[in-house]
Write a protein of this length. Sequence first.
Length: 310
Amino acid sequence: MADFRFPDFYIVGAAKAGTTSLVELLHGVDGLFFPLEKEPHHFFVRDDPRGWTIRDGRRVRPVVETLPFAGEAAYLRLYEDAPAGAVRGDASTQYLVNETVPAAISKAREDARIIVVLRDPVERAYSAWLHAVARGEDEAGFEEALDECQASERRTSFAINYIDEGRYDLHLACYHAVFGKRVKVILFDDLVRDPLGIRTELCDYLGVAAPVGQDAAMAHRNQSVELRNPVARQFRLAAKRLRRIAPGVLERPLVRKPYEYLLSRIGSAPKAMTDSQRRRLAAIYAPHTEALERMLGRDLSHWGRGAPGG
């Protein structure tokens, strides 16, 4: 039986695939509600007994200690201000890669709707690594990080198991097994090319009226930057810790915009991954992309050939 205290739909990932941009696109839709904290990740730890860890600067901590909304009461308080009748969403990007999450969500909301945004896994892996390094969550070089992923040394490392996170066919199979046709897949390329069309499509899927006559120009938000200066890295680490201590503060427009501007000023455009790294990842993902093409009925042969988009 559905517990209607819990959100109605879940954007479950993938990380670094445009989910921040998608949520901002949907924020302007009457009848939809997102809490200030975009990624509460409550269901990531709800029914998973494994000891997931996360690097926090030089420390490695249990991930549950870093999630302010791991507890049910704290999580549900995020939705207390939702207008009556609003369709409420949770956009936690690591939900996609934890196989315990679909069943955990279903136990709370068996009627939940699932949205997945998928990006070229080669580009996504590199972008996720840049993001983790800037946040103080990974100190390894990209090649070393890939070696550790392939050696299964990061199986329970939160948000830095870059290779497994891009095996989309396996993750979607877990969600399809639980939610069936209530899983909606969006491609990052389509979101960038036609944000208005994607917004209308998702509004139809969620049962709300799409805005009419609003500009829906798409800007890829939360792009990865490279922070070479140690002071800049400490700034980013401090901001991450602030989100944990005072959840939602960095999501307020009066704070978020200056923060993003300052980050863009102290950061620099990242170096591109090497051709050998690209070939390595493309070979790893080839069978998974082929399986995904069959699942979605889409041609994804261009994946693995582009340039990093952040």
